[in-house]
Each structure stands twice: as C-alpha cells, then as structure tokens.
Design a protein around this ligand. Structure first.
Ligand SMILES: [Zn+2]
Length: 228
C-alpha cells in the first residue's frame, strides 16, 4: 500500500467539527454525521487544506439546513432542559445564521441555543451562566456589603468545578462560581454572605457559622439544597 494509506484528521471549519479523510479519489465528498452533526469530508490525497475549506464554505447553506434538520429530530427525542435561577427551561437547538455568533437566547419560556452542534452545549452554557451572574451580581454584593459593613476588594466570577465560592482574606478577593446562576438567587445570596463573613472569621468554626446565621437564618436549609 505504501503512500496510499488513508489519513484521518479532525479540524474545525466555520466553528464546526469536521473529520477529513484523505483517500485515493478524484472528487471531494461531504456528509454530516447524524448523531452529533460532525462534517465528514472525503478528499483526494494531495488536495490543499484551503481547497477543502473553500469546498465546505461553498456548501454552507446546505450544511446549516441539514444540521438544523437533524438537530430538530434529536431535540424532540432528547427533551433537554437547562436551569436558570432555579427554574427549569426546555432547550431548543438552532444553527446560527452564516457569519452569526454562537449564543444563547431566551424568550421567557424556552432557552434557545444557537450552536453549530450540541457538543458545544457545555462550553456555551458556562459562558451564559457567567454573563447572567455578572448581570445581577452588583445588586446583591452592594446589598450585602451595606448590610454587613464588610467589603471585598474584588468580586470575581469563575467556572469552578468543586466549590461555590472562595475568599482570599489577605487580599480581600472573593470568587464566585458561575454555576450559581443555575440555582435560586437565595443560594447566591447565601454564598455572598458566607464569603463576606470570612473577612471577619477565616475558618469554618462556631463563631463563623453564628455570624452567617445572624444574616442568613435559614442557611442550613440552603446548604442542604445546594448539596442535593
Ligand atoms: Zn467558607
């Protein structure tokens, strides 16, 4: 076989996952994998990558229409939902128009993911939660800084995997998990109070929890809900 062996390469074209297989063929072929919308391209061995890209771009209208159709089918089968501020919304997937950005929009009853493929859901969702939290955060931090008389030097939003918040006492910097936007707002308020109290008491001792309770009497119940 020598130089005739097939080569498979994964690339991104127009923000979409594509798998390019080089074969000893004359023409290019484009298919779409139904289960995840990946573009499957068969191309002649020596054809430059730029030619492949141009080929796909020239068929973009077909690609988006086709992916949109397969996605609608999967959507009715999947019945996916997403949480925002403690409320569960059904998800609709839609391909963005050509040249449009991937984004999430909501009409109040449904959350619409404009994405090139469902595999992009997680990434886009994280960015959306960050944005949502950033939008409401000043309102709550100002409220609790006023009530407690404590102030952070900086409030930061992070995609945190294992915790809801953290406080560096020395620098007075507080970080909050972007995923708080999935929970009811009272959970966010509890985490704000919790991290602010660390400015007074670094450890999780009795004094610390008494301080938290003085501002957030139902904190035990909230903590239980956040763990579940
Ligand atoms: Zn703590």
């Amino acid at each position: 076989m020598g130089g005739r062996r097939l080569t498979v390469k994964n690339v991104q074209i127009c923000g979409m996952q594509a798998q390019v297989t080089r074969k000893p063929i004359r023409n290019m072929y484009l298919r779409i994998r139904p289960d995840d919308g990946t573009l499957l391209i068969s191309a002649p061995m020596q054809l430059p990558d730029s030619e492949i890209r141009r080929f796909v771009e020239s068929r973009m209208e077909w690609v988006l229409r086709h992916r949109g159709q397969t996605q609608r089918v999967r959507e009715t089968a999947g019945r996916e939902t997403v949480l925002l501020w403690g409320k569960e919304y059904p998800i609709r997937y839609q391909a963005p128009g050509c040249g449009e950005k991937e984004r999430i929009e909501t009409d109040g009853s449904t959350v619409i993911f404009y994405v090139y493929g469902q595999e992009r859901r997680k990434e886009l969702e994280d960015a959306w939660y960050t944005e949502e939290l950033r939008r409401v955060l000043p309102r709550y931090t100002q409220k609790w800084e006023r009530i407690t008389g404590l102030a952070a030097a900086e409030w930061k939003i992070r995609n945190m995997k294992t915790r809801w918040g953290s406080c560096t006492v020395r620098t007075r910097r507080i970080r909050l998990a972007s995923q708080l936007a999935a929970l009811p707002a009272e959970c966010l308020e509890y985490v704000i109070v919790h991290e602010l109290m660390h400015l007074r008491e670094a450890g999780h001792n009795e004094r610390f929890w008494a301080l938290v309770e003085s501002y957030c009497p139902n904190y035990r119940e909230i903590r239980r809900r956040m763990r579940g």
